[in-house]
Design a protein around this ligand. Structure first.
Ligand code: MTE
Ligand code: MO
Length: 237
């Protein structure tokens, strides 16, 4: 597909159905399912440069073929598992916590990347510290409102200072397409580690590979390639 053709979403099979919402912005605008207007509106206001034809821009992914619709007021983030203080947070709760602002390059392992994306969110390390990790914990599992994708990090990875539970992107609320109201952001790893529509943080004994890992992506998705993997997901190349 070319970047100059207004297009319907491109579909690629990755074992299960991968809905690759590769948007192309032409004179006619973006054609992207029922949410096209919404998407264009929000995107013009935020990350427009990232969507210019031929420019570095986000591809919108959802392995289910749709996006969960989560009203900000109904959003809840559940922290559970091997912790002293299980908790459920609202979006307002998260917004009242210490936050980290940062500008990072977002990179999908398939090759596309978007430089200079501003993000804001609560450091995961803060949430873990408040929850109090119990002995025997070895990893964190992340759940999504899509009930399909999941992710995990080792306890050590989860404490990296720049791993955040993000609620702003391009200085605006994260859009539904990009995983709003809240997504995980792991800037030092490929995009698939940054789980969208985050619903739960579970402290567990060991790493549980998520959807992408079960389809061949390295569990440790470091951008610098220290996993030693060569072309970890040929099914998308
Ligand atoms: N819930 C969920 N999170 C997800 C995905 C997904 O399909 N579902 N795709 C991942 C991949 S492979 C990438 S590159 C990024 C893409 O983020 P974007 O859709 O905001 O561009 O989201 C990641 N998080
Ligand atoms: Mo990706």
């Amino acid at each position: 597909m070319s970047a100059t053709t207004p297009s319907s979403p491109e579909k690629v099979n990755v074992g299960r159905r991968l809905f690759l919402g590769l948007t192309a912005l032409g004179a006619a605008g973006v054609v992207f399912g029922a949410d096209a207007q919404n998407f264009v509106g929000k995107t013009f206001g935020s990350g427009f440069a990232a969507l210019l034809p031929g420019g570095d821009r986000f591809r919108i992914y959802s392995i289910t073929g749709s996006y969960p619709s989560i009203k900000p007021k109904q959003f809840r983030l559940k922290v559970s598992g091997l912790v002293n203080q299980p908790a459920t947070f609202t979006l307002a709760d998260l917004q009242a916590m210490p936050s980290l602002d940062m500008v990072k390059t977002f990179q999908c392992v398939t090759g596309w990347r978007v430089p200079d994306v501003p993000w804001r969110g609560v450091p995961l390390s803060h949430l873990l510290k408040s929850a109090g990790i119990r002995p025997g914990a070895g990893a964190i599992s992340f759940d999504s409102y899509d009930h399909a994708d999941s992710e995990s990090l080792t306890i050590e990875q989860a404490h990296l200072a720049d791993v955040i539970v993000a609620y702003e992107m391009y200085r605006a609320p994260i859009t539904r397409e990009h995983g709003g109201p809240v997504r995980l952001l792991v800037p030092q790893m490929y995009g698939y580690k940054s789980l969208k529509w985050l619903s739960g943080i579970r402290v567990v004994d060991r790493v549980q590979p998520g959807y992408w890992e079960l389809n061949g992506y390295p569990v440790n998705g470091w951008l610098d390639g220290t996993t030693g993997a060569t072309n970890p997901h040929p099914q998308l190349s």
